[in-house]
Design a protein around this ligand. Structure first.
Ligand SMILES: Nc1ncnc2c1ncn2[C@@H]1O[C@H](COP(=O)(O)OP(=O)(O)O)[C@@H](O)[C@H]1O
Ligand SMILES: [Mg+2]
Length: 224
């Protein structure tokens, strides 16, 4: 597959900013590189909404053509099914749907494919890791007990599967003061950056020039 690097962005916990930060990173990286997003959240696709994609994908010779916004190629179940339909897909269809999105999409050449992972540690993860070689995983967490404890589950799974962890991002949506890094430090996981609550992220502003995202993009690009 002509994709140079695949980066998955996730955490077991929902609502910590995985989808928003994936979109921000794609917007920042796309200023320098060719970028795609695979929205692997089959039940709750969000990239279609974040990027205001309202038309269905074209299918050409049984292959799915990704949507394109700001030069970013985007595949999201939300553009394939009606949004409401995605929520009622049954479990056994999940890995089939992810496999189809991975294998049937025409990405052409990409420098980076970012994968917006669903919450949890279940089937979706196993399917993505089986179908693709993930070069790096970025952990997103809010700085609080529940999210960090769920992140621990993700780390355990990633280590079992030998997936490389690039680092973690604190998404400080709740404006917590003096939060504790020690869990990640003791696990030798690098801190890539901290986001604060920002209205440009709350209702994603696609033109937001986000300094912290640019900094994290540089870390990602320094690796190539
Ligand atoms: N730094 C931030 N500032 C403001 N709102 C944020 C921030 N990060 C996330 N949000 C909001 O929090 C909610 C959860 O974010 P989302 O990206 O959907 O998380 P996840 O993909 O982990 O479920 C969304 O409503 C999003 O707009
Ligand atoms: Mg999400």
């Amino acid at each position: 597959m002509p994709i140079k690097k695949i980066i998955a962005i996730g955490s077991a916990k929902g609502g910590v900013g995985k989808s928003s930060i994936t979109a921000l990173l794609a917007l920042s990286l796309s200023k320098h590189k060719k970028v795609g997003i695979l929205d692997a959240d089959i039940y709750g696709p969000n990239q279609n909404i974040l990027f205001n994609l309202d038309s269905k994908n074209n299918i050409v010779n049984k292959k799915i053509m990704p949507a394109e916004k700001k030069g970013i190629k985007i595949i999201s179940m939300g553009n394939i099914l009606n949004y409401d339909d995605a929520a009622i897909w049954r479990g056994p269809m999940l890995s089939g749907a992810i496999k189809k999105l991975i294998n049937d999409t025409v990405w052409d050449n990409l420098d980076y494919l970012l994968i917006d992972m669903p919450p949890g540690t279940g089937d979706a993860y196993l399917t993505v890791f089986k179908e693709l070689i993930i070069d790096e995983f970025i952990l997103i967490t809010t700085p609080n007990k529940l999210a960090i404890s769920d992140t621990q589950k993700t780390i355990t799974m990633l280590r079992k599967l030998n997936i490389n962890i690039l680092g973690f991002i604190f998404n400080n949506i709740f404006n917590v003061k003096n939060f504790d890094n020690s869990f990640f430090l003791s696990n030798k996981i690098d801190h890539l950056g901290t986001y604060e609550f920002d209205k440009n992220i709350l209702d994603l502003n696609l033109d937001f020039n986000c300094l912290i995202t640019n900094k994290i993009s540089k870390i990602i690009m320094s690796d190539v």
